[in-house]
Design a protein around this ligand. Structure first.
Ligand SMILES: [Zn+2]
Ligand SMILES: [Zn+2]
Length: 346
């Protein structure tokens, strides 16, 4: 086994301890994890954790290849790479063959809390100094992308990217992004860079300045009925990034003819009046994570168009503080942990 150091969840919180990674299989690479983003699902998983089963969160990270297995062809030692929230899939089912490994019929292997397809062990995540991954699920980090800022692209980024691409958003499209957090600010940057007329919908006026700074052309306060009424049927695509349960009725009203409301932030049950979809032939959709082709495409798009997440980088020793702040939405717009302080931490 290979020994590294990681932030393990226990009943008192996260603490640094050593971690055994598998020896490299023929198609594995070992990655020195330099930066790992903090995702809402990390927070949720820690809340739900029993405190005892092994848990190392973290599923959007960048780093450097430090060793390759004998059959690895895509990477060499020293390459800058990025890894997201899935690390394997069956490779055979229709979804995998369509390049949508994120929807694999036998479920993709998650970067942490998943079940390794070879040895059945529980996967442990990127809040660690080293990760071992199949080369097919690592991505070359294009030149020009800052490794710290790029980390959140691998979960928040690809989740916002796939629905925009699937609906062929481009010049002339009218996109609204509901909620300006980790996911939402990237949806805005992507939509703007793709050429769409982009509007942010937020509960208060507070983030109006930020929205414009991120490139948004319009800003609507959702709690102002007059502003929402003015925006009636105004958008081809509404990307909904609100992470708490919420009523979709008012948002469906701003979706235009044959337009789509894509719910990305909240994955529980919602109630919809079908007539709210009927009027205007509107579609209700969702998306999450991404397949290998789209992930590589997104990274290249970001490098080509200068799209990078807005991040606050903290030493990984401040992970508990960062989680507290994330819980209070006190971050603009994504925390990234610098893992270098794990060297010699145990
Ligand atoms: Zn995530
Ligand atoms: Zn599959």
């Amino acid at each position: 086994m290979r020994t590294t150091t990681a932030w393990h969840a226990d009943p008192e919180g996260l603490r640094p301890a050593s971690l055994e990674r598998r020896e490299l299989r023929p198609d594995d690479i070992a990655v020195r994890v330099d930066y790992c983003g903090l995702c809402h699902s990390d927070l949720q998983t820690l809340h739900d954790h029993d405190g005892h089963s092994p848990l190392v969160p973290g599923h959007e990270f960048t780093g450097v290849v430090i060793e390759v297995g004998p059959e690895v062809t895509a990477f060499s030692v020293g390459d800058n790479v990025a890894v997201g929230n899935i690390v394997d899939s069956c490779g055979q089912c229709p979804m995998c063959r369509a390049g949508q490994e994120n929807f694999c019929h036998s479920f993709p292997t998650l970067t942490y809390g998943g079940r390794d397809r070879v040895d059945g062990t529980t996967t442990l995540g990127g809040f660690s100094r080293e990760y071992v991954v199949r080369e097919d699920f690592a991505y070359r980090l294009p030149v020009g992308l800052d490794p710290a800022a790029a980390a959140p692209l691998m979960c928040a980024g690809i989740t916002a990217w796939e629905p925009l691409r699937a609906l062929e958003v481009g010049p002339g499209a009218r996109v609204a992004v509901v909620g300006l957090g980790g996911l939402g600010h990237l949806a805005v940057k992507f939509a703007v860079a793709l050429g769409a007329t982009t509007t942010v919908i937020s509960r208060t006026q507070d983030k109006a300045e930020d929205a414009h700074r991120l490139g948004a052309h319009g800003f609507i306060v959702s709690t102002d009925p007059a502003q929402m009424a003015d925006a009636r049927e105004n958008f081809d695509l509404v990307i909904d990034t609100i992470s708490a349960p919420h009523d979709l009725t008012e948002y469906l009203k701003v979706v235009g003819l044959d337009g789509t409301h894509s719910v990305l932030g909240y994955l529980g049950a919602v109630t919809v009046e079908v007539t709210d979809l009927l009027i205007g032939r509107k579609k209700l959709s969702s998306a999450g994570s991404g397949g290998r082709p789209a992930t590589a495409e997104m990274l290249q798009f970001c490098a080509d168009n200068g799209v990078v997440p807005e991040v606050e980088v903290l030493p990984s020793a401040q992970v508990d503080r960062a989680l507290d702040r994330l819980e209070r939405n006190d971050v603009r717009y994504r925390f990234v942990l610098d893992m270098s302080d794990l060297d010699g931490a145990v």
